[in-house]
Ligand binder design. Structure first.
Ligand code: GDP
Ligand code: MG
Length: 364
């Protein structure tokens, strides 16, 4: 299973540029609306310097980093939900994304005009949230049509679901502003896992700043303030600069990046991981060192399932060595000698940086 983020935002907010910056992919970048007609799926490997170190310590020839999916969608315009522009069909492509990245335009540009004429990231965000809420209201209506008949015929489960749909609808009619819908965990689970509501997904506000950073100041401050009051993680990117730097070699990049005020490589990826509360664990053998992403608090047996279903089915225990202890010991045998490797059971909550060796009974 790969975690996926969907990029949303008005045309010319810089979604495709962010996509390219993140994935070094070839999504068409242009200053016309609807440049991106086909959804683009990009794979992004998660940089983590611990992985390369682990590879060396394990004497493995290969290091395989965890991957993330980034989905770039076509322009969402005011009225998409009523069929303006390309309509909101394309929202289907982000229904199954685990989280949304709101790309908020903070840069001025005469070449790439803003569809509404002025830079105002908060207005843009509210337009997009409204479109997402309208799309979710349609989803709720469709579901209501399915359950209202059995509910009225006395089906208890259907009646409960109908009441839940009512509560979700009330929230959505308020405009879809996060935290939305701020309901209990089971209601959230229903909204996310069964209805795939867009407004229920975790999200991140990503301010796309000008290269020189100065003109974007007030807009960036506004985005930060809004993120704080919505309880949403926030980050900034100079997307075009990052995209251009993405075409350089690592050495060239290191020379230019700091001078130009670009982010450290991998910084944004780390923000993406934090926004979904993901942590990294490692596996290593003589052939390969690998990094894996899981939700914070995942039990060892579920982490084993990420690696191989056999490891979860035949799970006996896990040998756990925190990366920090391994780095200090200097080698796997030294860590073992010092007793730094713990033996943990299936319910052990895997922590960031754990190097895991799953002991399991192979199935026949
Ligand atoms: N100056 C500047 N221009 C940008 C930036 N990001 C995107 N653009 C330009 O804005 C236009 C639209 O970008 P694009 O990524 O296609 O936007 P999308 O419609 O949201 O996918 C292009 O001409 C980009 O070069 C940025 O950070 N700074
Ligand atoms: Mg685009």
């Amino acid at each position: 299973m790969t975690w996926s983020w969907g990029l949303v935002g008005l045309p010319n907010a810089g979604k495709s540029t962010v996509f390219n910056a993140l994935t070094h992919g070839g999504s068409a970048v242009g200053h016309y609306s609807f440049t991106t007609i086909e959804p683009h799926l990009g794979k992004l490997s998660v940089p983590d310097e611990r992985l390369e170190h682990l590879r060396v310590l394990a004497g493995a020839p290969l290091a395989t980093p965890a991957m993330l999916d980034i989905i770039d969608i076509a322009g969402l315009v005011p009225g998409s939900s009523k069929g303006e522009g390309l309509g909101n069909q394309f929202l289907a492509t982000i229904r199954e994304a685990d989280a949304l990245i709101h790309v908020l335009r903070c840069f001025e540009s005469l070449v790439a005009g803003h569809p509404l004429g002025t830079v105002d990231p908060i207005r843009d965000l509210d337009i997009v949230l409204t479109e997402l809420a309208l799309a979710d209201l349609e989803t709720i209506q469709r579901r209501r049509n399915r359950v209202s008949k059995p509910a009225h015929a006395g089906d208890q489960a259907a009646a409960r679901e109908l009441a839940l749909l009512d509560r979700l609808e009330v929230r959505l009619n308020e405009g879809g502003r996060p935290p939305c819908p701020p309901l209990g965990p089971s209601e959230c689970e229903y909204a996310l896992k069964q209805l795939f509501l867009l407004t229920a997904k975790p999200c991140l506000y990503l301010a796309n700043l000008s290269e020189d950073g100065l003109e974007s100041g007030p807009a960036w401050e506004a985005v930060r303030g809004r993120a704080a009051s919505d309880g949403v993680p926030v980050a900034s990117i100079k997307a075009r600069l990052e995209m251009d730097l993405g075409y350089l070699t690592p050495v060239e990049r290191a020379t230019f990046a700091r001078e130009l005020g670009a982010a450290e490589p991998g910084e944004l990826t780390q923000i993406l991981l934090r926004s979904l509360q993901l942590v990294t664990f490692f596996t290593a053998n003589a052939n390969e060192a690998r990094s894996w992403l899981i939700s914070e608090g995942t039990p060892a047996v579920a982490a084993a399932a990420r690696v191989h279903s056999d490891m979860a089915e035949g799970f006996i225990r896990a040998d756990v060595l925190p990366y920090g202890s391994l780095a200090q010991a200097g080698s796997l045998p030294a860590a073992r000698e010092r007793g730094l490797i713990r033996s943990e059971g299936r319910d052990y909550r895997v922590a960031d940086g754990d190097v895991m060796l799953f002991r399991f009974r192979a199935s026949n």
